[in-house]
Design a protein around this ligand. Structure first.
Ligand SMILES: C/C(NCc1cnc(C)nc1N)=C(/S)[C@H](O)COP(=O)(O)OP(=O)(O)O
Length: 566
């Protein structure tokens, strides 16, 4: 039959590669949910709340390329706002669709439920405009195709979230059939002369350099430039470091890899080489207070070629309208090998050592420590594993965990909103390709924000392994600046799993207070099927990474800069 607005939307969501989308129902969106259900190629996934639905769509987008969620007006969308802004920060194309008021209500001067009780219905749209790259309000069916395509196409081009509001009485209104999909997706391209100019400049600088070095940045994945970066690395033959939120974007077993560059908490031997380089080509970096360890790890501008998603900044010029992948590939074809930085690293460090780990604890019955926990986690990571770490000391412990070729790493360093990890774990696993597995490491403090989404991990039988690090509170905060506010009520975390199982779940909750209890819990996890395994790992509050101590001091110092006088 004729297309409706709802199944126009469903067709586009299917065409951008979604197999699932997340939602919480509400009276405004029930008809839209029916229209979406009529498309059998995409599956409707319920979440416990809309913040979790947004985080799940974020996690799904990390595994699948993009994500979507459906909310009801105001009370649903506003919970999702934090998750949408996080998708913006993390450069993930998450599409939020919120149902809105009936198109007759403004003219009827109605006041409506789920609003702040005024006659202005546009404030939700106004708020979402600030955290999306495109925001549209469909208030007439005629405009639905162009508005929906604009929002979705821009999100995919910009690698940022988009907002689509659809009046509730338009969900099943007739609308034109969608045109060919190619009209929606427009690839990021470079101006040919702009690209030539940028490549020429970079080639000259690299030809003059005696000791160039490559630095991988967080935008490499969002803008499809991971392969181009590797091409350039292998053409140059120089040392390659990665920024903390680009971990895993260059293989850690590659002979040119020299580790994480994170200032004073860099992988041993990495920082001196970055400091020694005379030209650093950073590909897609975000230099922030966190990624520069409180501004202590900023490459000097006079040595820096800063290649961003749409432009390249040189010490003395900026070239715009240049796509990152195009730029890196083109430069790769022009440069000649210069391996001085790699040679120097090998003089200093011998074979790449990465982070040296202490040996297994001599007494397996001793109280579990952070070092032993992560030694055992590292052993679980293989080529099919993704390691997802929540904001907390898990950032630092995960950061220095070795990734075998094929392993992946997920971190939300730019937004850093605790509570992201449980729903993101749910969404990531929903989009995971068959044969791969997910291990998530989540602190007790973060877990308490969105824990209930574990019930949906159980509902869908996802066999995710979750390490719940119970160190009795907010240790990152304690190490930056302690106070009574960093201590929380303890939960029986492993004991929650049977509660969420109820009569039909197959989750497994285990506790580990010693090395041997952890080893046996992991062994049981290997043989558990039909649901997630949550291992509550109990360690001391101050048993944190040395990197957190050093990084925390620098971030605390950056936070405490006095206001500029005068
Ligand atoms: C409270 C807060 N950050 C402040 C914060 C507060 N609220 C939101 C939504 N996001 C945030 N980052 C942070 S990092 C806690 O130490 C996390 O505690 P936990 O999950 O237990 O991990 P660690 O103990 O390893 O730190």
């Amino acid at each position: 039959g004729a297309f409706t607005v709802g199944n126009y939307l469903a067709t586009r969501l299917e065409q951008i590669g979604l197999k699932h989308y997340f939602m919480v129902p509400g009276d405004y969106n029930l008809v839209l949910l029916d229209e979406l259900l009529s498309n059998r190629n995409i599956e409707q996934i319920g979440c416990c709340n809309e913040l979790n639905a947004a985080y799940a769509a974020d996690g799904y987008a990390r595994a699948n390329g993009c994500g979507a969620l459906i909310t009801t007006f105001n009370v649903g969308a506003f919970s999702a706002l934090n998750g949408l802004a996080g998708a913006y920060a993390e450069r993930l194309p998450v599409i939020l669709v919120s149902s809105g008021h009936n198109t007759n209500d403004p003219a009827a001067n109605h006041v409506l439920h789920h609003t702040i009780g005024t006659h202005d219905f546009s404030y939700q749209y106004e708020m979402f405009r600030h955290v999306t790259c495109a925001a549209v309000r469909v208030l007439h069916a005629d405009n639905a195709p162009s508005m929906i395509d604009h929002a979705i196409g821009t999100a995919l081009h910009e690698r940022k979230p988009a907002y689509i509001e659809i009046a509730c009485n338009l969900s099943d209104a007739p609308c034109l059939a969608p045109g060919p999909f190619e009209t929606v997706i427009f690839q990021r391209s470079s101006g040919s002369s702009a690209l030539d100019a940028a490549v020429k400049r970079a080639t000259v600088l690299l030809a003059e350099a005696k000791k160039p070095l490559l630095l991988a940045g967080v935008h490499l994945r969002a803008f499809g430039a991971i392969d181009a970066f590797r091409e350039l690395a292998e053409a140059l033959g120089c040392a390659v470091a990665v920024m903390p939120n680009a971990k895993g974007f260059f293989p850690e077993e590659h002979p040119q890899y020299i580790g994480i560059y994170w200032g004073g908490v860099s992988t041993p031997g990495c920082e001196p080489i970055v400091d020694w380089a005379d030209t650093i080509l950073a590909a897609g970096p975000m230099f922030t207070d966190y990624t520069t360890a409180g501004w202590t790890a900023l490459p000097p501008p006079e040595h820096l070629i800063d290649a961003q998603p749409g432009h390249v900044r040189f010490p003395d010029a900026e070239c715009t309208n240049v796509a990152l992948a195009d730029f890196l590939s083109a430069v790769a074809r022009k440069v000649s090998p210069k391996n001085a930085t790699l040679e120097q690293y090998r003089r200093l460090m011998g074979k790449p050592v990465g982070e040296t780990r202490p040996p297994a604890s001599s007494n397996p019955g001793a109280a579990l420590t952070r070092a032993e926990l992560w030694r055992q986690i590292e052993q679980e990571i293989d080529a099919k594993t993704t390691l997802l770490v929540e904001t907390g000391d898990s950032w630092f412990n995960g950061m220095y965990t070795h990734l075998p070729d094929g392993a992946r790493f997920e971190i939300e360093m730019q937004w850093g909103s605790i509570g992201w990890a449980v729903p993101a774990t749910f969404g990531y696993a929903m989009g995971l390709e068959p044969g791969r597995r997910l291990i998530s490491v989540i602190g007790d403090g973060s877990f308490q924000l969105t824990a209930q989404e574990v019930a949906n991990i159980i509902r869908h039988g996802q066999e995710t392994l979750v390490f719940l690090v119970n160190n009795r509170g907010y240790v990152v905060e304690s190490e930056i600046h302690d106070g009574p506010y960093n201590y929380i009520k303890n939960w029986d975390y492993a004991g929650l799993i049977p509660a969420w199982n109820a009569e039909d779940g197959h989750g497994l909750g285990l506790k580990a207070t010693t090395a041997e209890e952890l080893a046996s819990a992991i062994e049981r996890a290997r043989n558990h099927h039909g649901g997630p395994i949550l291992i509550e790992c109990q360690i001391q509050h101050d048993d944190c990474s040395r990197q957190l101590l050093k990084w925390g001091a620098r971030v605390a110092h950056a936070n405490s800069r006095p206001p500029q006088q005068g």
